[in-house]
Design a protein. Sequence first.
Length: 458
Amino acid sequence: MENMTAGKLAEMIGGELVYGDPEREVSRISIDSRDVDQNTLFVPLKGERVDAHRFLADVASGKASCVLFSEEMSPCGDAAWIRVKNTYEALIRTGVSWREHMCPKVVAVTGSVGKTTTREMVATALSAGYRTFRTQKNYNSDIGVPIMLSQLSSQDEAAVLELGMSDFGEMEKISQMARPDTAVITNIGVAHIAQLKTRENICKEKLSVTKGMKPGSLLILNGDDDLLSKVDESIGYQILFYGLGAHNDYRAEDIVFNEGSTTFRAVSPNASVCVTLPVTGTHMVMNALAALAAAEHFGVDLEAAATALAGFEAFSGRQQIYSVGNFKVIDDTYNASPDSMKAALGVLTSLPSTGRRIAVLSNMLELGENERLYHQQVGEFAGKLSIDELICVGELASEIGRAAGEKSSTMKVMEFACNDEASAYLKQMVTCGDLLLFKGSNSTRIGQIIQQLKEEFA
């Protein structure tokens, strides 16, 4: 929020500056009282257990530049105080107003799996032609998106915003905040199916990303997804499909997986280019195709976008490949869903290995009443692959092991109740040249096993 003062902010969001210097400058927003500095606007939100108004007096005393409030309070400290009717609504107005003030080209990225990686690839490709802003961390919710919008600067020519949702109506609300010019939908999986009940409902909610778009704007859709491939321009928007199938507008040919990299030829309606990615897996190719489609739509030269993608950097815990002692690890521990777990298993079997291919899988969470079935389906998929050993950690993950064992007569399957048990086993059995995949929902903390192996084999 460059060149923003407390007085201008109050005017912009319809609040009343009741205390403090109207010339106090504000450059960022925080909803966390522990993350406040002298240029921060602190917005106290009311949660189920804590009303952050209780921290205002402390935050206003020499920490924050400005604070919002909606309760009956006596302003104090050095901060400027702006009274609003509702701090949550004021937070949204702040982000939306700043987005209208900045007016960059906005690409929204949503989908069940791969949002963050696709977001980063789209931003990387667009950076070949524009100064590009992108969502930081996982600020993709109704609270995170306005915070991200408020960080846009006058230097940003394009913005790539990740939009997430977990229940009915959320995507429409967030899209109306972001007002995308173009949107990418990566796929329709079963993440959040506990709330949304069916994939058809999930698809409908994801397509609500159009609610903030102008009629006739562009949707970039995964044409290999069984539900998204049925979407057509009768919904009132232009459609571009990407994927591996020949029917897609943007498709990949001559795909070659190397150790830690992938090469392919990207074919668009206008040209074809050779692409090298410093990551591996079919799903990474899909993400890159979406990025190239978005970049070319905004006039970025396809060759330049492809060159930029060669410098893409993977996130921690998202299929990072590295050595631990004399064996290698695929660290994909950030989170897990059935689709992403299958993709990770595909990566494990596509990479060269002089030793065994070992998958260490833990529970996938938030899958609703059919959670055991989804784990069994992953197991059936794994049982058809060339995996030497499958190590399952947790009660739900044991369903993966049982289903895989029924499909494969050669795969060794081991089941453990917790990370420590699995770690102790791995320390004894892992040998030179082995390739190990680690994957599970973030809250299972399966990454602890990798850390323990690092300590053992340092």
